[in-house]
Ligand binder design. Structure first.
Ligand code: 3HC
Length: 327
């Protein structure tokens, strides 16, 4: 057993250098860290923050698309969208379960979301105005999510890495489903193509903001990379996403709304125009166009589900009491 040091009542830690070095050696050797293993408090907190935010993003992400289920243009589209939104709910649940192995409860995490203490992805603060938005979200937002999440399958924390394997398979299907919606519109009537272009114009910049601030402004990246929670920096992932998406837009004969987007032979990737970081931080700080609605809707759903949680708990307590009595 490692000598870990102590955690003070204020959350401060006095972890010994020997413990931190041994932990880092395990990380460097690509060993998976499991919930019962000794770990630095900072490692645990970083994971709770990131997995919690990720879980909230999956759950809040159900809202902008869920609002199109009743308006999907055909039964086939409705069934696929319904399944996609259900998948996102499932992802949220695996992720809450992974975070719970680190000693936080789903109730705690949800309260932090509702109070504004915990974040969720900036992307879900924008409105879904037309059916084309549903296609573009699948193509770009799920596409960006996959780019970020495939490396998380190799995250050093076992439960998070394992949860991501299934999540990524499903996200990959969502991306194709979205791309197929956009392709149908782009190859449809001029009005349908214009609707696809309009959605692309509105979602492109928020999608590339999803990867977070530039590396120089990313508070957590260096430590998260050293702990192999993150395997690529925010800018590296954003670049991979842009490079993968440009040819997809060209194939659709749609235009990405960035006049500075140009192939750069020397770096072997596309250069892009400046990102509006003021907009990003405004949205992250809770002032996005749909921010109030998202939290209001999430709170209403949480409140409405109170009786289900109470009933499940009462049932679990009863079963537990019966089991103890039988032993
Ligand atoms: N939206 C909201 N907040 C963001 C953000 C975004 N797009 N990008 C960064 N931030 C926040 C960070 O959380 C951090 O704030 P905090 O200290 O209060 O937590 C601050 O900005 C500084 O950013 P850093 O780069 O230092 O933060 P990270 O190292 O945590 O990197 C991240 C940010 C790349 C988003 C990382 O947390 C990550 O990879 N998270 C897991 C993936 C995830 O959360 N994805 C959500 C996408 S949507 C989704 O998955 C749903 C699917 O169905 C489409």
């Amino acid at each position: 057993m490692y000598s870990q040091g102590l955690i003070g009542a204020d959350g401060s830690t006095t972890e010994t250098p020997e413990f931190l070095e041994r932990f880092q050696r395990r990380i460097d050797a690509e060993e998976k860290i499991e919930p019962n293993d000794a770990m630095p408090e900072g490692y645990r907190r970083t994971l709770v923050r990131q997995i919690g935010q990720h879980a909230h993003s999956e759950i809040v992400g159900m809202l902008p698309e869920g609002n199109w289920i009743t308006r999907a243009p055909s039964l086939r589209r409705k069934a696929a969208l319904l399944a996609k939104v259900q998948d996102e709910g499932g992802h949220g649940l695996y992720l809450y379960a992974a975070a719970e192995t680190l000693g936080v409860s789903r109730e705690q995490m949800t309260e932090e979301l509702l109070s504004g203490k915990a974040k969720y992805s900036s992307i879900f603060n924008y409105p879904t105005l037309t059916w084309a938005d549903i296609g573009v979200i699948g193509w770009l937002v799920d596409g960006a999510a996959i780019m970020n999440q495939i490396p998380l399958c190799r995250c050093s924390f076992g439960p998070y890495a394992r949860a991501m394997i299934r999540v990524c398979k499903e996200e990959s299907f969502h991306q194709r489903q979205g791309y197929e919606i956009v392709m149908t519109l782009a190859q449809g009537t001029p009005a349908q193509k214009a609707m696809a272009q309009d959605a692309l114009n509105r979602w492109w910049w928020p999608s590339i903001m999803m990867f977070g601030p530039h590396d120089a402004d990313s508070e957590h990246s260096d430590q998260s990379m050293a702990w192999k929670i993150k395997r690529f920096t925010n800018d590296e992932l954003r670049q991979k996403f842009i490079d993968a998406t440009v040819p997809q837009a060209e194939y659709l004969d749609l235009t990405l709304p960035d006049p500075d987007l140009k192939w750069n032979e020397d770096k072997g990737g596309y250069d892009h125009g400046p990102i509006d970081w003021d907009e990003f931080w405004r949205v992250v700080k809770g002032h996005g166009p749909m921010a109030k609605d998202r939290i209001k809707d999430r709170k209403a759903a949480w409140d409405k589900g109170a009786w289900v949680r109470e009933a499940a708990l009462a049932h679990a307590e009863k079963r537990c009491a019966r089991k103890i009595a039988a032993e």
